[in-house]
Design a protein. Sequence first.
Length: 134
Amino acid sequence: VFVSGDLAESNFRLWKIPVDAGVGIAIPLGPWFSVSGAAGPSAIGLIQNRSDQARESPKKERRQMSYGYFTQASLKWNLSPIFKQASMNMLREQKVSNFYLNLFVRQHQYENFKQEDLVVSGQSVGLGFSFDFL
């Protein structure tokens, strides 16, 4: 929305693909829970597509790379004691000793893009699964 009250008709699509190489530590809080943290260098591939540019314009789609850092903290809940039958099946078939439900918080910062003055930074919260393999 512009100062005049007009609404922009442009659409921006932004795809981010991060690759992290960090060091982490996990601290068990008994048999059910553990907390973990990780930090380190990171790189990101960024694809930007704009609807307000002509198809042949070099600004229509931009692909860029940057390096930066990330930090992450998570709480892991061990689901293996709850789902004993599924846990035994995974142990037999895939050699998975434990599986977890993870709640994590991530911070990242990327500001070394070559094509334009651009910064990608912020926090995210996620939920996912992880597995311990033998």
